[in-house]
Design a protein around this ligand. Sequence first.
Ligand code: CP
Ligand code: NVA
Length: 302
Amino acid sequence: MKHFLTLLDLEPRELESILTRACELKTMQKAGESHHTLAGKTLGMIFDKASTRTRISFEVGMYQLGGHALFLHSGTTQLGRGEPIEDSARVLSRMVDAVMIRTFDHVMVQKFAQYATVPVINALTDLTHPCQVLADVMTYREHRDSIRGRTVAWVGDGNNMAHSWINGAVAFGYHLNLACPEGYAPTASLLQAARNLGAQIELTHDVRAAVSGVDLVTTDVWASMGQEEEQAEREKAFAGYIIDERIMAHAKPNALFMHCLPAHRGEEVSAAVIDGTQSVVWDEAENRLHAQKALLEFLLQQ
Ligand code: CP
Ligand code: NVA
């Protein structure tokens, strides 16, 4: 049995096969072909944070696979009242076939996985958001080709999305340029671990240098969930880190723009870029559905 807490939990060939299957599932779904490969299976979905895309894609995905998804908000479960994580993991494992968790502390998900006897999926922690980068790499593949050997620029906060793009550099073999403001670099140990595994990653404060000649430009909000009170301070620190048409012009002419969403137009990205011809943000959002269906099949059929 395998868990999916970061992109490094699966072998590169397993991730590639999931993406291939995701494209097949997408084609089947568009053609209206039934694909009830998880009939009778249930996914428990624990949410400690808000969500639009993640909840909908997992819930609809399980339905389309012939299974069922259970929305469990921490405020209405005993977990929210302090029942130990290990006990909750044991109990859920007796009743559901897989568990998806969106929470703050990555250690909570690790602990849950340690005691669970069913696969656990990280649906975003403060540390990483692997499901999003899985869908993003699928989106790159659909619009261009394999992302292996390409160069990706991350501009903005060294946050959970940045961390997953870093892990993705190991798992999918792309080069990564990170441009982060002073004091907002990714976690040093995670970056070093990726470099030790052979990932080619540059870290700079120079947005233009990071974006120059790249195949894909991506960013995220300046204040993530749980950091709302830092918004004003972060707006100052991130001044100059907006992806606008002037910055996009430094990337390759056929470069794509990605954003995990939700986005703040006029902060990390201009409306002209996110709503422009190089942007593939709606495909990224849709591909959460297809990529996670393939991920669920993979984990549940182990
Ligand atoms: N990108 C993403 O995970 O979106 P939600 O927060 O809406 O789930
Ligand atoms: N970095 C953002 C991603 C949201 C999908 C957050 O954690 O809020």
